[in-house]
Design a protein around this ligand. Structure first.
Ligand SMILES: Nc1nc2c(ncn2[C@@H]2O[C@H](COP(=O)(O)OP(=O)(O)OP(=O)(O)O)[C@@H](O)[C@H]2O)c(=O)[nH]1
Ligand SMILES: [Mg+2]
Length: 208
């Protein structure tokens, strides 16, 4: 089943001037390189090979914008923390992501994709901090849960929940392969695309 049958790729941005106009509603997917962002997007949208996936970490180095329906976008953010890229390149990513989160009013939700075997890292926290500064809703997908035993998955969920306890961030187990947690992730995405009235009011004119 395709959740957004009309979804299509819009553009890739390597710098802030290439971002799409800051209007409508936008949900971004962030996560370490190889965490499974593109696979999660494909599974949630119910579209094979919609966002590219790769076995080579760090392949998606641009910010990719997709249209879901008119006025609603999905954004695949470049993976961070890939050890084998140069320091310079890592700095560029940080700058690009920093520019993206800087006052992005249309960002109504952030999905942070975390490999359930690794747990939440410093970069994930950075994304959550930036997103929270924008007052946008945050949700963590502990993905590749199919690679864990039931017991390990429960432990990973408990650990992440405890770590995020003070941050008002929801967390769930997910697998693009087994489709574990797919219905919940879809519900969250749809909810994020409809900003609550309180949020609209709070982000009135002049408030970044
Ligand atoms: N077993 C399993 N493998 C997964 C899952 N999700 C992703 N993978 C695999 O993990 C690898 C990376 O997945 P991607 O979706 O390309 O990861 P990404 O975060 O988009 O990576 P970059 O764009 O390079 O940062 C691929 O080989 C996927 O097939 C999952 O839920 N279960
Ligand atoms: Mg990717």
């Amino acid at each position: 089943m395709s959740l957004f049958p009309e979804a299509r790729f819009l553009t890739s941005a390597a710098r802030a001037t290439q971002f799409l106009p800051d209007e409508g509603a936008e949900v971004a997917f962030a996560g370490r390189s190889n965490a499974g962002k593109s696979s999660a997007i494909n599974a949630i949208l119910g579209r094979r090979d919609f966002a590219r996936t790769s076995k080579t970490p760090g392949r998606t180095q641009l910010i990719n914008f997709f249209a879901l329906v008119e006025g609603q976008r999905l954004v695949d953010l470049p993976g961070y923390g890939y050890a084998r890229v140069s320091k310079e390149m890592r700095e560029q990513w940080r700058e690009l992501l920093g520019d993206y989160f800087d006052g992005r009013q249309s960002l109504t939700g952030l999905m942070v994709v975390v490999d359930s075997r690794r747990g939440i890292g410093d970069f994930d926290r950075q994304m959550l901090d930036w997103a929270r500064a924008l007052d946008c809703r945050c949700h963590v997908l502990l993905t590749k849960a199919d690679k864990l035993s039931r017991q390990e998955a429960a432990a990973a969920l408990a650990a992440a929940t405890a770590e995020l306890g003070d941050l008002r961030v929801d967390v769930q187990l997910f697998s693009a392969t087994s489709k574990l947690g797919l219905a919940e992730a879809r519900d969250v995405l749809e909810g994020m695309l409809v900003p609550p009235l309180a949020l609209v009011e709070k982000k009135g004119p002049g408030q970044a």
